[in-house]
Ligand binder design. Structure first.
Ligand SMILES: C[S@@+](CC[C@H](N)C(=O)[O-])C[C@H]1O[C@@H](n2cnc3c(N)ncnc32)[C@H](O)[C@@H]1O
Length: 286
């Protein structure tokens, strides 16, 4: 079987339909309500904006009228896709500014500037919360809003069950790779980000207005996967494979067999994937 290639932009586009089913609507409704009473024009900052999926969703729901939005990401190819998908937007209604930079250097260089809404969508589980949370919140005006959806929270499962004991070892090792990940010499990631946010945010001066689960559930329907979700699943398998390659303690031969079985199930539209995640919306109180 040919191993597919991980194309990050295609993965982020494929993730759109999965996320759209998963966003917690209680959290989304709280965001909508808070934005309705916010003063405009609204200054919006999205860090780790990827291909602009959240901006597109907010626009579709009319939540970015009279807004100035800055999208920051460190990968230029992501921002090229974002720019293309947002170029039909009327600049008299919503202005977009796209910045290719590391989130922390961006925040450092804009220390004097404050935003009304900060977004980190599927971002915080890639960061070290102790380092990130105070820096992210400091970019907000007092009373400013943050919306942090899709934070991984320590549980994944693949169905139908195949060697459950080995799979639980794979997932435990996969979680360890997240917890021990180091990028540019800094710890970067936490496999239980969702639950940790619920104490880390208030400890840094934030009020949580709403939270709830936003689990990804990807399953075949009528013997096929919706939209590009088969590719999304291929990327999940590639991520597990990449994380565990050469990871101490993982049995590479058994891992290879496990991947083969899961890829065959995917090709036959039998594979189901669930990942537990949390969404959070709140205000910075200082
Ligand atoms: C999982 S993706 C999510 C992208 C997008 N928010 C979405 O959900 O479709 C994480 C994104 O954060 C970006 N990213 C990760 N760490 C970053 C950093 N330190 N500074 C800027 N961007 C970062 C990546 O390039 C990637 O686009």
């Amino acid at each position: 079987m040919n191993t597919p290639r991980f194309d990050y932009q295609r993965y982020l586009l494929a993730k759109r339909t999965v996320d759209a089913r998963s966003f917690n609507m209680h959290v989304w409704n709280s965001l909508e309500k808070a934005l309705a009473s916010a003063s405009h024009p609204l200054r919006v900052l999205e860090l780790g904006a990827g291909v602009g999926s959240m901006a597109a969703r907010l626009l579709d729901h009319g939540l970015l009228n009279r807004a100035e939005c800055t999208l920051v990401d460190e990968i230029p190819e992501n921002l090229t896709v974002a720019k293309n998908s947002l170029n039909a937007v009327d600049p008299n209604v919503t202005q977009f500014n796209v910045v290719r930079e590391d989130a922390y250097s961006f925040l450092e260089s804009k220390r004097g500037e404050k935003w009304d809404l900060l977004i980190g969508h599927a971002l915080l589980d890639l960061l070290d919360l102790n380092f990130a949370i105070p820096r992210l919140l400091a970019s907000l005006k007092l009373g400013g809003l943050f919306y942090f959806p899709i934070n991984y929270d320590g549980l994944s499962t693949f169905q139908p069950e195949v060697d459950a004991e080995f799979e639980s070892k794979i997932l435990a090792a996969y979680h360890r790779t997240m917890d021990e990940r180091v990028v540019d010499g800094k710890p970067s990631g936490d496999s239980k980000t969702g639950r940790h946010l619920l104490t880390a945010l208030p400890a840094a001066g934030a009020e949580i207005l709403a939270t709830g689960s936003s689990d990804w559930i990807v399953r075949p329907q009528h013997s096929t996967y919706p939209a590009d979700e088969a590719y999304f699943l291929e990327c999940i398998l590639l991520t597990v494979e990449g994380a565990l390659k050469n990871f101490p303690g993982s049995d590479q031969n058994k891992l290879k067999d496990w991947l083969e079985v899961r890829r065959t199930q995917l090709a036959n539209a039998q594979l189901v994937y669930i990942a537990h995640q949390l969404d959070v919306v709140g205000r910075y109180r200082g």
